[in-house]
Design a protein around this ligand. Sequence first.
Ligand code: ZN
Length: 519
Amino acid sequence: MTAADLILRNANVITMDPGQPTAELVAIKGDRILLVASDEELTSVKGARTRIIDCQGKTVVPGFDDAHCHIFSFIRKLLSIDLSPSSVSSIGDIKAAIRLQAQNTPPGKWLSGTGYDEFYLADKRHPDRWDIDDVAPNHPVVLAHRSLHACVLNSLALSLAGITRETPAPSGGLIDRDLNTGEPSGLLFEMLGYIRGKVIPPLSEEEMVKGITLANQHYLSLGITSVQEATVTNDPDQWQTFRRFKDTGKLKSRVSMMFGAEAMSQFQEVGLAPGSGDSQLRLGGVKIILNEATGQLQPPQEKLNQQVFDAHQAGFQLAIHAVEQSTVEAAITALEYAHSRLPQAGRRHRLEHCSECPPHLLERLNKLLAVVVTQPPFLYYSGERYLAQVPASQLPWLYPFKSLLNSGLIVAGSSDSPVVPDNPLVGIYAAVTRKAESGQQLLPQECISASQALAMYTINAAYASFEEDIKGLLAQGKLADMVVLSNDLTESPPEQIKDIRAEMTIIGGEVVWESGLSQ
Ligand SMILES: [Zn+2]
């Protein structure tokens, strides 16, 4: 047999391959897996130059695949003021953080803060323009809400954006106003993409390189070997940027990139069809955001049906963002419409989030053979908020992982990073325990096993991007993407799963990150 380049031996290998669920040895040749076997096979694949890593009984699993995240937003977060609940607990804290940054930044230069969440602030309200003007009157400032669905601008930023008392709300967006004067308060809904895309100067090359370098290290240190980029404003420009990151080796994790419906014709013009690219960078589905921020479905059902049908007809997978029951239902209705006009099996249309899913909708989803891309870590990071704010009628159907899986649907796991931190082991912990950070538990009857949760972050995530033939499992001929863990998540007490660490990350046969296991 051919000699391997790299062998992991003495390992507790969890393959996610039903034909051979466990093994002790993984041999790698080039970027592919040569053999998954017992340690006895070592001599058959070991050559004079083979590097052998003794895993000392540690657990090896397929590399994690975050099926829904926002890389450019994550880069902005890495380069901006951290206002997440772990860093600030009041508007006073937010003001102090901005004041400090303003003192160290030339006037006129944009300041950006990310991750604030009014529910976790002592004040229980969003900051407004006047709060920020107080501490940074001479810098344009934008603060992004943790959900990315809202942001706050100070007065200088509002004026640079041309938003005044007279400005009407754009389609799908909302400008919050003082009830008495009609003056914008600075709080904007569903307008962050516009502000970042059209008002704030783009990141400089230097900032971009710094950001992607930090992001890359972050992904590798968590064992994230694949990411699925779900930003609705993605177009051929972002595709080119990822291509550059890939060609220069700045981003090691593999990328599947979704994009907005408006960009579909642009991709078609440059000859990029559904699934174009390679195992490093692949063109994913058409992202459509459904929301009710203005109290009405946006886009309206008829327009949604048409958008969905157009993408379906053009051969693209759809990735529809739907959170509340009403939007989940609208998404299902649109997919049913597309399928009835043009029956096409195997299209794997995706529902992103699908946060409220009662049994009758689950049944309709199942008939569509849809894929649900959900976010277990939301339960951990926002569980308290859900318990306080989700209507009692919807609470029984909140992120029903077990019901979704039992119905036979393919369910992929993800973080929606930077909305919440993206450590997959925290996601797996949350799916297994359904516990919030405070320890409060949400719907224990919907807990799933660690193996099921691991599948969500590996083989099921690969399925969601049509790549289960090359990754998501450890088997001969598959891409050699894997991670060595400090403990076996399937054997650990559930409480300890979130503390398990990635000790070595391998992508395409290359050891791209390691901590504990030095040889
Ligand atoms: Zn998202």
